[in-house]
Design a protein around this ligand. Structure first.
Ligand code: MTE
Length: 325
């Protein structure tokens, strides 16, 4: 008997049709594969260009002095490097899971700057090295649960977000933290299309951002983050759906309003700002009760707060769970 696997849901499945470009259209609009080679004209640079495009999407530099964290999830099989780096959502490089690995070689994660702005004492634009250097790197093994109902277990390497926030000294007016992905259509071909309102934006309430589980990741499997996973620095909040994990961050703003995150703007009836994993609150189009662990065959139950309730549930005491989605 032939057993077919149900195809995974895609964010594009719930993206308004008028804005969603199919893959061919995306590639064309983004100027990928419509150059000389695709047109059948021999180019002496074709091979070099193809090789260059892959740079940064494979194994990168080894990270030194990474210490194991007691906050890591234990007892679960890690998702393989290959799955973590080839099954991605990163719309700046295309709407399909295989697109980011294929196309993210154009992203240059160095030199990189991060701008700190808003209600904060130490404003300014800081180089990646200055921004990350003072902190010891920690390995944090976390489950990642995508709102599309698949999941992974990822050995991130990162820095506690609370330590970074404390160093820049937000003022009492700062109620939320807004994160913004770099806007660079020359390096991010998806930004040359109208698939999403660019740049990608995410937000956290200040106390969520200060929770010890929240990290800014700079690597995985003790190596630098490959481009498709959000090089050089991305957010990881394991109790929330994966779309909160904004990639390739270039701005962090301390604000007094709840930031409008990109998927909330795109689909106001589907995604909220909190986006806490909750198996009992279905998405309008599908159940969130179970998930497919990438690399395994069977579905498994989804846990409230993705299994991290002990560490984070108190942040939301007294709030209506439906408001936390
Ligand atoms: N960040 C940016 N800038 N652009 C994106 O399209 N996709 C989000 C999130 N961060 C996205 C992003 C979604 S929908 C998910 S599920 C995770 O990244 C996927 O992270 P991964 O590809 O490393 O598994």
């Amino acid at each position: 008997m032939l057993i077919r696997k149900a195809p995974d849901l895609r964010f594009s499945d719930i993206t308004p049709k008028s804005l969603y470009l199919r893959r061919r259209e995306f590639l064309k609009a983004a100027g990928i594969a419509v150059g000389a080679a695709a047109a059948g004209v021999a180019s002496p640079f074709a091979t070099d260009a193809a090789a260059q495009q892959k740079q940064g999407t494979g194994h990168g530099g080894k990270l030194a002095n990474v210490k194991k964290s007691p906050l890591s999830t234990t007892g679960e099989k890690l998702t393989s490097w290959d799955d973590i780096t080839s099954y991605n959502n990163f719309y700046e490089f295309g709407p399909y899971k295989e697109d980011p690995k294929e196309n993210a070689g154009t992203l240059k994660p160095r030199p990189w700057t991060i701008q700190i702005d808003g209600f904060v004492e130490k404003k300014g634009t800081f180089g990646f090295e200055e921004f990350t250097h003072p902190y010891p790197l920690e390995e944090r093994v976390y489950r990642m649960r995508c709102v599309e109902a698949w999941s992974m277990v990822i050995p991130w390497v990162g820095i506690p977000l609370k330590d970074i926030i404390a160093a820049y000294k937000p003022t009492s007016q700062a109620k939320y933290v807004e994160f913004v992905t770099a806007f660079n259509p020359a390096q991010m071909p998806g930004q040359r299309t109208r698939m999403l309102p660019w740049p990608y934006v995410e937000g956290l309430r200040m106390d969520e951002a200060m929770n010890p589980l929240a990290i800014l990741a700079v690597g995985l499997y003790e190596e630098e983050l490959p481009n498709q996973d959000g090089a050089p620095i991305r957010l990881v909040t394991p109790w929330k759906y994966g779309f909160k994990g904004i990639k390739s961050i270039s701005k962090i703003r301390f604000v007094d309003y709840q930031p409008k995150n990109t998927w909330q703007v795109m689909t106001p009836h589907g995604y909220g700002s909190y986006a806490n994993v909750n198996p009992n609150v279905a998405h309008p189009r599908w159940s969130q009760a179970t998930e497919r662990r990438i690399g395994t065959f069977f579905r498994q139950k989804t846990l409230p707060f993705n299994g991290y309730a002990d560490q984070v549930a108190s942040l939301y005491s007294g709030m209506d769970p439906k408001k936390l989605y």
